[in-house]
Design a protein around this ligand. Structure first.
Ligand code: DQA
Length: 159
């Protein structure tokens, strides 16, 4: 089982940018915690960050046939990108959207969310801990997929 973690624009600046909103943790620290959860659960995990919309679309497409789930913080593109929304829809993988801040309590333009309707779930407003919650949720989804695959194998063998 493999999951991809896709981080959008300016998230490489975590720990520096607007600490009063996003906190002091750096992206590498967040990823290290996610990696621990993945390792404990025998899940392969890949991390990707880009400031460019097209690169994020490419990465989501690459997940097709390669990963079984996606955790994404599309950052500012959340509010504008039909291309990222369409890519998530196209690959049709379990996808958990994370936002460090509570986007519903901020500026009006952050209340527009292009991504949420095509995601399995959204986690907002928990700070960097939201990524850990996403890992817990994704582990559960991976376990369910694995169990369904095993059950299918058993049924095929019994025939
Ligand atoms: C964000 C919220 C977005 O509105 C913002 O543009 C970001 C980060 C968050 O994680 O809270 O860059 O996605």
């Amino acid at each position: 089982m493999k999951i991809a973690v896709i981080q959008g624009p300016n998230l490489n600046m975590l720990g520096v940018r607007e600490q009063q909103i996003y906190g002091p943790m750096k992206l590498e620290q967040i990823h290290a915690q996610m990696k621990d959860v993945a390792t404990q659960n025998n899940i392969e995990i890949e991390f990707f960050q880009s400031n460019l919309e097209g690169e994020i679309v490419d990465k989501i497409q690459e997940c097709f046939g390669d990963a079984q789930g996606i955790i994404i913080n599309a950052a500012a593109y959340t509010h504008t990108s039909i291309a990222i929304r369409d890519a998530i829809s196209a690959v049709n993988l379990p996808t958990i959207e994370v936002h460090i801040s509570n986007i519903h309590r901020r500026e009006e333009f952050r209340k527009v969310n292009m991504i949420a309707p095509v995601c399995t779930s959204s986690i907002v407003g928990f700070g960097p801990f939201g990524y850990h919650l996403a890992m817990v949720g994704m582990t559960q989804i991976m376990n369910e997929i694995h169990a369904a695959q095993e059950a299918q194998k058993e049924t095929a063998q019994a025939k």
